[in-house]
Design a protein around this ligand. Structure first.
Ligand code: TYM
Length: 333
């Protein structure tokens, strides 16, 4: 085996282009290499760190599985499962939360952003969320974790937790310290309405993101309405630093066409945004519309999706339960 891949996606609905270009597209490439062992987790325990409607959550779990498959992940070549069905994740999170330090968690910027001004009212789960993430990864001895740029800090924490556990209990290399796999370019897709804000499922305006369930007309309309600036398209890559919206849209175009940002800037240099937006819409429709149609098709066959999860849970549980037993022994249970 080349790499042991583990990654997770929250089933909170509205999976979008940021999730796709930042993470899921990478999952598909890694999954296509038959030397990799891939595990993709629908992290429903993470989802409930903010309030979820139970009925909706159940649908969103299936929709996340459907999105994986519609994007090109082959369930025969990978393990796809949901986190809450493998109890080792929650058990591991508790034990690791006794290893992780408050000072480390206090530095997590995502908690600060998500909790906002009123952090007294945030759930404890939202605060300790990165420890659960560490449990996810460490239970499977993952060597590589493909994620978008926003998860980088959580992965550093996971590495610190693994090292401290190994040191504290004198079990050298027992918990494997994983490497993040973050794409160099386009690892942070920004909102279509504000180039300084991450594209996100929690953003109120649906016009700020392309959802993976959007249809052709919605995609075209959102790109038409996407924020730009009054200047013509940038002449060179240096101009992008001050032109965040242009940078983001060109980044999306580059990622979809597998070309460099520099190359895309050169193609459209000096042209009107409207001309570029047409080309961008074409690329997006080509990529997203088939995924969107496939998601909807798969969602009509709930028993197929449930079967994938059931198979995945069985396989994941076999691996995770062995590791958690060893962890329990090591800590003295
Ligand atoms: P989540 O569900 O918020 O996002 C899933 C993946 O999508 C990436 N992503 C983005 N990438 C680029 N631009 C964006 N605008 C954008 N928005 C989201 C995320 O970086 C992520 O890779 N904590 C994780 C889930 C998780 C996990 C894990 C990941 C739980 N356990 C173990 C890896 C390993 C999360 O909330 O992702």
């Amino acid at each position: 085996m080349d790499k042991k891949i583990f990654s997770g996606v929250q089933p909170t609905g509205n999976l979008h282009l940021g999730n796709y270009l930042g993470a899921i597209k990478n999952f598909v490439d890694l999954n296509n290499n038959k030397n990799n062992e891939c595990i993709f987790c629908v992290v429903d325990l993470h989802a409930i760190t903010v309030r979820q409607d139970p009925k909706q959550l159940r649908n969103n779990i299936r929709e996340t599985v459907a999105t994986f498959i519609a994007s090109g992940i082959d369930p025969k070549k990978s393990i796809i499962f949901n986190q809450s069905s493998v109890s080792a994740h929650a058990e591991g999170a508790w034990i690791l939360s006794c290893v992780a330090r408050m000072g480390w968690l206090n530095r997590m910027t995502q908690f600060k952003e998500k909790a906002g001004k009123d952090k007294e009212k945030a759930s404890i789960g939202l605060y300790s969320y990165p420890v659960l993430m560490a449990s996810d990864i460490l239970l499977y001895d993952a060597t590589h974790v493909p994620v978008g740029d926003d998860q980088k800090q959580h992965l550093e924490l996971c590495r610190d937790i693994a090292q401290k556990f190994n040191n504290d209990f004198e079990v050298e290399n027992f918990l494997k310290v994983p490497e993040p796999l973050i794409q160099k370019e386009f690892s942070r897709i920004m909102s279509l309405k504000d180039g300084s804000k991450k594209m996100s499922k929690s953003e109120l305006s649906d016009l700020s993101r392309i959802n993976l369930t959007d249809e052709k007309d919605q995609i075209i309309n959102k790109i038409k309405k996407a924020k730009t600036d009054p200047l013509p398209m940038p002449q060179n890559i240096n101009e992008l630093e001050d032109r965040l919206e242009a940078k983001n849209l060109l980044g999306i175009y580059s990622s979809l066409t597998n070309s460099s940002l520099k190359n895309s800037v050169e193609i459209f240099a000096g042209k009107n945004f409207s001309e570029f937006k047409e080309k961008l819409s074409d690329q997006l429709v080509n990529k997203i519309d088939p995924i969107s149609k496939e998601i909807k098709k798969l969602l009509r066959d709930k028993s197929y999706l449930d079967k994938i999860l059931l198979d995945g849970v069985e396989k994941a549980d076999l691996i995770a339960s062995k590791k958690i037993e060893r962890i329990k022994e090591i800590v003295g249970f």
